[in-house]
Design a protein around this ligand. Structure first.
Ligand code: DGL
Length: 267
């Protein structure tokens, strides 16, 4: 494997760009290939079998385009399809849930941890199971935030509509005495200011992407596959939906213009 081969990342939409941001910060020499399944977003309401099938399909696409490692930059796809994807390709495939669980336990003092995620992730029980397998004394409180992803994808992350939903969803943590909140959907760090304003300073935000990217770095370093390129990498972006809409939102999230976004038919 060539050490200057790209890192593959994917999500149902623009949310995974919050993981790409961490790659840009920590691994600025690495080239990224990003796939957003915007033709089929949101994944949250879908059955696990469909999400698993899409996950395997996209991980294979990234491997075929030469990725040396894939980060599933989507909690919903990690919960439904991480193991199937790992079996489908012969490159390392990482998810965001185990890193998020580790970081949550490192962050929380009282081991009372809130998780906000899509309905599919909450239903899968993946965060609770993973956190409790690491510390059986931890208490995990999950809340599905049904409308966040569709509103973020529609460019409404700063709307009063999303703020109202946030107040409604986060009320579930009242009286639970949580001191850490896992942003268990990669779209949600885009709402950090809003969410932290509601839950307050006593609740520390946990962004699984930070730990996931550290794990990717460790794996690449151990196998001698960290990039040694000296020029700026030319990242590539693909979508299954509307390339222009993705480029517009994506350039705001990444604070840089995006190169032409490719369109891939996934059906
Ligand atoms: N960003 C995704 C996640 O981390 C999925 C959002 C969705 O498609 O519902 O779970």
């Amino acid at each position: 494997m060539n050490k200057n081969a790209p890192l593959g990342l994917f999500d149902s939409g623009v949310g995974g760009l919050t993981v790409v941001r961490e790659v840009f910060k920590s691994l600025p020499r690495e080239k990224v290939i990003y796939f957003a399944d915007t033709g089929r977003v949101p994944y949250g309401p879908l059955p696990q079998e469909d999400i698993q099938r899409y996950t395997v399909q996209i991980v294979k696409f990234l491997a075929e385009r030469g990725a040396k490692l894939v980060i599933i930059a989507c909690n919903t796809a990690t919960a439904a399809g991480l193991e199937a994807a790992q079996e489908a390709v012969d490159i390392p495939v990482l998810g965001v849930i185990e890193p998020g669980a580790l970081l949550a336990l490192e962050t929380s003092q009282n081991k009372r941890i809130g998780v906000i995620a899509t309905e599919a992730t909450i239903k899968s029980g993946a965060y609770e199971r993973t956190i409790k397998s690491m510390d059986p004394d931890a208490e995990v409180f999950g809340q599905a935030c049904y409308n966040f992803t569709p509103l973020i994808e529609a460019g409404k992350k700063d709307s009063e509509e999303i703020a109202e939903y946030a107040r409604e969803y986060l009320a579930t943590f009242d009286g639970k005495d949580i001191d850490a909140l896992v942003y268990g959907c990669t779209h949600y760090p885009l709402l950090e200011e809003l969410v932290q304003g509601i839950v307050g300073d006593g609740v520390a935000p946990v962004n699984p992407a930070v730990r996931a990217v550290e794990q990717a770095e460790e794996i690449l370093a151990d196998s001698g596959l960290l990039s040694d390129r000296t020029e700026d990498p030319e990242h590539e972006y693909f979508v299954s939906g509307d390339p222009d809409a993705f480029a517009e939102l994506g350039s705001v999230i990444l604070e840089r213009p995006l190169p032409p976004v490719g369109k891939v038919d996934m059906e």
